[in-house]
Structures are given as C-alpha cells and as structure tokens.
Design a protein around this ligand. Structure first.
Ligand code: SF4
Length: 357
C-alpha cells in the first residue's frame, strides 16, 4: 500500500464543493441556499446526532423545533417534558445536558449561541466534535468536525493504513490544513455527505465520485479495505432483576432512578444493581432491592436482553402481587407509555405484558 499525506488541494476543494452545490442532502436543520444557518438548530441537531443516525434524528429534531422554536423556549421547558419528547433517542444524559446548556445560553449569553470553539467547549454536553461542528456549520469558522464519514473518505483518499482510533487524530491534523476559509462549513458538510452517500463503508460508488482522479485508495484498488478497523472490544455481561409489582387496581409500581449514574432521573421499574455476577433467585440477596411487603415473587421464563455502550445486560423479571398499600408511583398499565421510559424499561414492560409466570 503506497501511503501519502499529500493531495491536490485545489482539485479536492473545487470538485468537492461543486458536487456539494448540486448533490447535498436535504436535512431539516440545514439552511436553504442563500439563507444563513440557524445556530440554535445546528446546536440541537449536533447534540441529537451524537451516537444517533441522521435518519433517526430527523423526526425528533422536527418535533423539538416545533415545540421549542428557540433556545429561550427550550430553556423554559421542564426536564420531564424534554425527556418525554426525547424518548427513544437514548443516551438521556444528552437531553439533560441540552436543557442545562439552553438555560446557560438563555441567561448568560442572551440566547446567542457562541461562535468560537473555546467558548462552546465550556457548555455542558458539548465536546470537541460538537464544538467544531457548530463553529464550522453555523458560523463558517475554519475548523472541521472529524466524524466517521470524514475519517473514511480521507483514509481512502490518502491511502492511510493507521488503524482506528489513532487514525482519527492523524486525519484531524491533516484535514485542518486543507479547509478552504471562504466555505469552511460547506467543506465539512460536503465531506460528510460524500461519506454518507458516495464513499460508503461498503461498496463505495467510486464510478460517480467527484474525487476519483485524486483518490489514492481508488487508484490502488484497495479503497474498500480502508479504514483499518479498531480491534474488536469485548463488552462485559451484566445481570439484574427487575420487579413487576401489580396492585389490586391493576396498576404497576414505578420508581424514579437515582439522580446520578446510568439512566439518571428517568422513570423505570424497581431493579437490583446491574452486576457482573448473576443473581441467584433462591438466595435472599436481591430482597433489599425489592419493594417491601410482597411474599411471593415469581420469575418470568423470558429474559430481557439489552446492550448499552459499555456492557450487555440480562434482566430477569419477577412478578409479584401487592396486598397492602405501598408508597410510590403507581401507573395503570395503559398509561405506562406516557412516562419518559428508557428503551430497556420499554422492553421489560413489553415482555412482562406478553408473558405470564
Ligand atoms: Fe471514496 Fe471511491 Fe471517491 Fe475514493 S473514489 S473518495 S474511495 S468514493
């Protein structure tokens, strides 16, 4: 593999931007040609796009801007309302940070989204990638957010064989020198669009690519094998027990999760800790986590599986009947959907209603 860190910048810029002017994706947060971008919408979309695909984010984004059209409106919303509209997007800490960020911007910045990366980086929920994306796309600052698409395009253009994740750093410093100052935001978005639609992970469409003549990966016939992936990470397995408690009015007991930790502050069913050692159903070790006053817990035959970023989880559901008053959040089964429930708890509810003991 012939590796090279140089490329014809002029051809890159001209061909890429010409292609972008006619082939750019239509995205709800992207401004129509001739109109300036809306920095609030760029910030909102970039926070939503952390860990989530464009296809998924589109509808959520539209619902958010319809309900909260400005940063000031979002700052005045309650966190529960935000969680509710965020439901299904996952990684709820993003929603919490977005709310705090909106409040800071509304109160300390008079509702104006900062344009420089340094200030953006001081805001909750905004890391280096998001700060660069907002600065470049909303304000045309000469910076670039290096996402998976941009990494893939440049690893192929330059035939880079450094494996991920180190490759990302290498590309970041190379691409910064290539940003055209007049159209920095378009340059970044054009690379993202090219990566998403032409230079795809599998089957890149080199035959219609505007960068074909300068692409070293294409010329050497190895584009498809780049970038070199990171060694596969093995996620640990964790186990938990979740308690499905029903009272005589057929209501289910819910609880608010602790303010810190995974799924913090969200509503869910009572559960044990999620640990690496399986829980013994015959031992009494899970009882301190169970709602009090229930004599018999019956296990459901079906186990719920869910994968978080850092671990796989298996949840055993135990069903019990409540015979005396217990203080807590009691919800009729049909109203459970009105709570901002994390996906894992939705799976538990689905399984508990589909299966009997
Ligand atoms: Fe990607 Fe092919 Fe274009 Fe090279 S020629 S940038 S590999 S689509």
């Amino acid at each position: 593999m012939k590796k090279s860190n140089t490329i014809n910048n002029k051809v890159l810029e001209t061909n890429l931007l010409q292609w972008y002017d006619t082939h750019q994706r239509v995205l709800p947060w992207r401004s129509v040609s001739g109109y300036p971008p809306n920095p609030y919408q760029i910030l909102l979309s970039e926070i939503m796009l952390q860990q989530t695909t464009v296809a998924t984010v589109k509808d959520y984004f539209s619902r958010f801007v319809q309900r909260w059209p400005t940063i000031e409106c979002l700052a005045q919303a309650t966190l529960d309302d935000i969680f509710h509209v965020w439901q299904g997007l996952g990684y709820y800490s993003r929603a919490r940070n977005l709310h705090t960020c909106a409040q800071i911007l509304a109160h300390d910045y008079k509702g104006v989204i900062p344009s420089d990366e340094k200030t953006l980086l001081t805001l909750p929920g905004i890391g280096p990638y998001t700060a660069a994306a907002i600065a470049a796309i909303a304000y045309n600052q000469p910076t670039i957010p290096v996402d998976g698409n941009i990494v893939r395009v440049f690893s192929r253009l330059l035939c880079l064989d450094t494996p991920l994740p180190s490759l990302k750093k290498e590309i970041h410093s190379l691409v910064r020198k290539m940003i055209p100052p007049r159209r920095s935001g378009d340059f970044a978005q054009a690379l993202m669009d090219l990566g998403a639609t032409i230079c795809r992970p599998r089957n890149p469409r080199c035959e219609i690519c505007p960068l074909q003549t300068i692409c070293k990966g294409y010329i050497q016939g190895i584009a498809q094998n780049l970038p070199i992936p990171a060694p596969k990470e093995i996620k640990p397995q964790r186990y938990g027990i979740v308690f499905w408690l029903e009272n005589k009015d057929q209501e289910i007991l819910l609880e608010k999760r602790p303010a810190k930790g995974l799924l913090a502050g969200l509503i869910g069913l009572p559960t044990t800790q999620w640990r690496e050692k399986p829980w013994g159903l015959t031992s009494k070790e899970m009882l301190p986590y169970a709602p009090e006053g229930v004599e018999i817990w019956k296990p459901l035959p079906k186990i719920v599986s869910h994968t978080f970023t850092h671990f796989h989880l298996e949840l055993q559901i135990l069903k019990g009947k409540c015979t005396r008053p217990i203080f807590g959040i009691w919800s009729p089964l049909e109203n459970l959907k009105s709570y901002a429930l994390p996906t894992v708890m939705k799976k538990v509810i689905q399984t508990a209603t589909d299966h009997s003991v």
